[in-house]
Design a protein around this ligand. Structure first.
Ligand code: HEM
Ligand SMILES: *[C@@H]1O[C@H](CO)[C@@H](O)[C@H](O)[C@H]1NC(C)=O
Ligand SMILES: *[C@@H]1O[C@H](CO)[C@@H](O)[C@H](O)[C@H]1NC(C)=O
Ligand SMILES: *[C@@H]1O[C@H](CO)[C@@H](O)[C@H](O)[C@H]1NC(C)=O
Length: 349
């Protein structure tokens, strides 16, 4: 039997925990809400979670792809799905754009497949931008990272991410901490956010060309010798097309090992390793390396801030019918016709 008094203690405790969590989370941007689809699509988050559970179990790398997709979406023009438009630099049709963004083509497919399932159940009421934000959160959770509520109500943008906007807003892997901090500061992200968000590199892979400048012609003195030797095997030339895991300790688990790597001079990019070399961020790296809970708390704060960058809300933008094109770009092709039929049928039954 559970006594009424112990029940009371339980209720008080759990509401206290809830209160603390809520008090720490960043403020909502005007127009976004914690319960945006509560009545229009209550099953939204469970549809996404169930589907991604399967897909990430089949291929854990997709978690990294989806997390990175949300980052690129938010940093270029704001979290408005501009990155998803066919024709955006880094989007499906411009894989060779400079910088070669190497976003996974499959990530784009996964988002639009989710969109299809959600629109079939709820109608065309959920934006591709919100789906991308929830998919990024679920990718973190399903690889072992922290769970958190995602602010919702984003609308999809009408503009492509041009190559220039993409270059101007993203950070290069050979950037030092000064550049990283400056690039993030203009987005309202501080040094703690910068270090915490870089911790996303605890999962996923990188192409050799993103870091071979640290191997050839001369080895970066801040890189551990064993790591350098292993990387030279995986990437025998500066322009090798191979890929390597980014976190040498636990490449597929969302944990704080990325920071342990940095403390051992085993970070992959200059932008990673310099966070430990630079005095302004070194203590933050060490504190995350020692305390995973602290990293998780700060990562969640960083993600909620990043997820609200320059969002469109209310009557701005649109709810895209397909994530890869604007609604008015009506190209009648087989795919749309088949999909329209599918939607008609699922609306009927
Ligand atoms: C601080 C600035 C950042 C730089 C310079 C940077 C750079 C890069 C580069 C060069 C790659 C490898 C691309 C390739 O060669 O295949 C990569 C991968 C990745 N990045 Fe970042 N990134 C940064 C911040 C972030 C943030 C904020 C997130 C998410 C919150 C993130 C998530 C990821 C993930 C998950 C991957 C692996 C992707 C995959 O396996 O498909 N990065 N990043
Ligand atoms: C760009 O990245 C893709 C993989 O996403 C690769 O197939 C392609 O060869 C790369 N292009 C260049 C010019 O590096
Ligand atoms: C960081 O990089 C910038 C741009 O390349 C350079 O001007 C600056 O001197 C570098 N700072 C440090 C401390 O290395
Ligand atoms: C990488 O792939 C590209 C395109 O597939 C090819 O042209 C290039 O020669 C490859 N580079 C190396 C070093 O194998």
């Amino acid at each position: 039997m559970v006594s009424p008094s112990s029940l009371l203690v339980l209720v008080v405790c759990s509401s206290l925990i809830f209160f603390v969590t809520e008090a720490q989370r960043p403020a909502l941007v005007k127009g976004l809400s914690w319960s945006f689809y509560e009545s229009s699509c209550p099953q939204l988050e469970s549809i996404i979670r169930k589907r991604l559970e399967k897909q990430i179990k089949d291929d854990v790398g997709q978690a990294a792809g989806l997390l990175r997709l949300h980052f690129h979406d938010c940093f270029v023009l704001g979290c408005d799905s501009s990155v998803l438009l066919d024709g955006s630099a880094g989007g499906p049709s411009e894989q060779t754009a400079i910088p070669n963004l190497t976003l996974r083509k499959k990530s784009f497919k996964i988002i639009d497949d989710l969109r299809k399932r959600i629109h079939a159940e709820c109608g065309q009421v959920v934006s591709c931008s919100d789906i991308t934000a929830i998919a990024a959160r679920d990718s973190v959770v399903l690889t072992g990272g922290p769970n958190y509520d995602v602010p919702l109500g984003r609308r999809d943008g009408l503009n492509f991410a041009t190559e220039q906007a993409t270059i101007d807003n993203l950070v290069a892997p050979f950037a030092n901490t000064t550049t990283v901090l400056a690039r993030l500061a203009v987005k309202g992200l501080d040094a703690t956010d910068a270090v915490a968000l870089s911790g996303a590199h605890t999962i996923g892979i990188s192409h050799c060309t993103s870091f071979t400048d640290r191997l050839y012609p001369n080895q970066d003195p801040t890189m551990d010798n064993t790591l350098a030797n292993n990387l030279k095997v995986s990437c025998p030339t500066a322009d090798s097309n191979n890929t390597v895991n980014m976190d040498v300790r636990s490449p597929n688990v969302f944990d704080n090992k990325y920071y342990v790597d940095l403390m051992n001079r085993q970070g992959l990019f200059t932008s990673d390793q310099d966070l430990f070399t630079d005095e302004r961020t070194r203590d933050i790296v060490t504190s995350f390396g020692k305390d995973q809970k602290l990293f998780f708390d700060k990562f969640v704060i960083g993600m909620i801030k990043m997820g609200q960058l320059n969002v469109l809300t209310g009557g701005q933008g649109e709810i895209r019918k397909r994530c890869d094109r604007r609604n008015k770009d009506k190209k009648v092709d087989i795919a749309t016709v088949v999909e329209d039929l599918e939607e008609t049928f699922s609306a009927l039954f």
